[in-house]
Design a binder for this molecule. Structure first.
Ligand SMILES: Cc1cc2nc3c(=O)[nH]c(=O)nc-3n(C[C@H](O)[C@H](O)[C@H](O)COP(=O)(O)OP(=O)(O)OC[C@H]3O[C@@H](n4cnc5c(N)ncnc54)[C@H](O)[C@@H]3O)c2cc1C
Length: 380
């Protein structure tokens, strides 16, 4: 067992570290004010970070899932809003590689990895179909050799800026989750419309919108995967996505830990009693302990994915452990640093706001626990 990344993966993590320092950190405050990070996305595309696992032939870095989570944690330590945009784009690119035809790959992959598209989107959630995604009601009905898409989606990351949107729709409502099919929707298609922009507590620089589809005509070549395979596409995406969200949360948790340590160290210079007291030291130790333990679970899930092994339970464990550890760390950071962290523009305040949603999106903590419990029951 090796507790370090191989040469190639460390190089990818180093590319992400450099991009985070050069492009994300300097713009983090502006991005946090609600400005979509276009310039950062362009720079990340040039660095290959919009397709971390995608072959170099298609403009990516050809990395492993281990490299992916390391890179996402690096980026999130600088700007979580930009990182969620990047993570979803990577996820859509990954699904194109896994389920796409040659034609679909040629049409979309380089546009995604280069940043020409700005983003890729993943549209599963609907009003009334969040945790229970299988109950979605968006319909795709066959009309000759086309599909007609009708319905709406809620809370879709980058839905207004994406060049391609992976939409899950019911093609046979009598078949439950086996009646769901995935489609690649392009924003220029007539009948596609962007609705409300969400005003969010955190991740303010990432765009989150509702989408509607009214008689959107899709050629059969827009179908990703087989008829009825859409739920499998979505769950495969989420297994990988949950490792990414775990890594994103930990990037924020570690950033909060670094910031708190340096605030306490500076205070200790002034007042020998503060910052070095045992209570503060124990709290910093608890933050580091939980973050490091969760990081091992994220890496284990990523490693299993790289081996092509089933990792649904491990991805759920990684996500719940990482997001809860990171929320714990950001919460403690706020308390230890005191009033200066309560300044809305402080790194701690930003991460405290941004990290909260990690326990909600891509499956809530409760849903992850259900997934874990179900896989335990199956093992008995
Ligand atoms: C910023 C942001 C970005 C997002 N981006 C995307 C995106 O790009 N694409 C996309 O498709 N979706 C996206 N979402 C939606 C997100 O995935 C859902 O919010 C999430 O799945 C939870 O669904 P819900 O909000 O409808 O909550 P609900 O499902 O209504 O859950 C509410 C509460 O009930 C609990 N609960 C629900 N069912 C159970 C159960 N069976 N057992 C125990 N507890 C349960 C939940 O854990 C939660 O605490 C995004 C959301 C946010 C906030």
């Amino acid at each position: 067992m090796q507790f370090r990344l191989n040469q190639e993966d460390s190089e990818i993590a180093a590319i992400a570290r450099q991009a985070a320092a050069d492009h994300l950190a300097p713009r983090a405050l502006v991005t946090d004010s609600g400005v979509f990070p276009r310039e950062s996305i362009a720079a990340l595309g040039a660095a290959g970070l919009l397709g971390i696992k995608i072959d170099r032939e298609f403009g990516g870095l050809g990395g492993s899932t281990l490299a992916y989570v390391a890179a996402i944690a690096e980026l999130a330590g600088a700007c979580a809003s930009t990182t969620v945009t990047v993570a979803v784009t990577n996820m859509v690119a990954d699904m194109l590689v896994r389920f796409g035809t040659e034609h679909q790959k040629r049409r979309h992959l380089v546009n995604l990895t280069s940043g020409r598209y700005l983003a890729g989107s993943f549209a599963l959630s609907e009003s009334g179909a969040g945790s229970d995604a299988g109950s979605l009601t968006t319909r795709a009905d066959r009309h000759g050799d086309h599909w007609m898409l009708n319905g709406s989606k809620l809370w879709i990351t980058s839905g207004d800026v994406a060049g391609v949107i992976l939409v899950m729709a019911k093609t046979d409502p009598t078949k439950g989750t086996r009646g769901i099919t995935a489609f690649l929707v392009e924003p220029t298609m007539p009948g596609f419309a962007v609705g409300r922009h969400e005003e969010k507590l955190g991740l303010r620089g990432s765009s989150t919108v509702s989408l509607s589809f009214q008689d959107v005509m899709l050629p059969d070549t827009a179908r990703l995967g087989a008829l009825g395979q859409g739920f499998e596409v979505a769950m495969t995406a989420l297994d990988g996505g949950r490792c990414g969200i775990g890594a994103q949360a930990l990037g924020m948790g570690y950033a909060a830990l670094r910031e708190t340590s340096s605030i306490l160290a500076a205070r200790a210079q002034v007042d020998k009693a503060q910052g070095t007291d045992q209570l503060a030291q124990f709290r910093l130790a608890d933050m580091a302990l939980r973050l490091d333990a969760a990081w091992l679970l994220v890496q284990k899930a990523a490693w299993l994915r790289d081996q092509g092994r089933k990792m649904t339970k491990e991805a759920a464990m990684a996500k719940v452990a990482a997001t809860e550890a990171a929320n714990f760390a950001c919460q403690l950071a706020m308390q230890l640093a005191g009033a200066q962290a309560f300044d809305d523009s402080s790194v701690i305040a930003r991460n405290w706001r941004d990290v909260r949603v990690s326990r909600i999106y891509e499956g809530t903590s409760e849903i992850q626990r259900l997934v874990i419990a179900r896989s335990l029951a199956m093992a008995v």
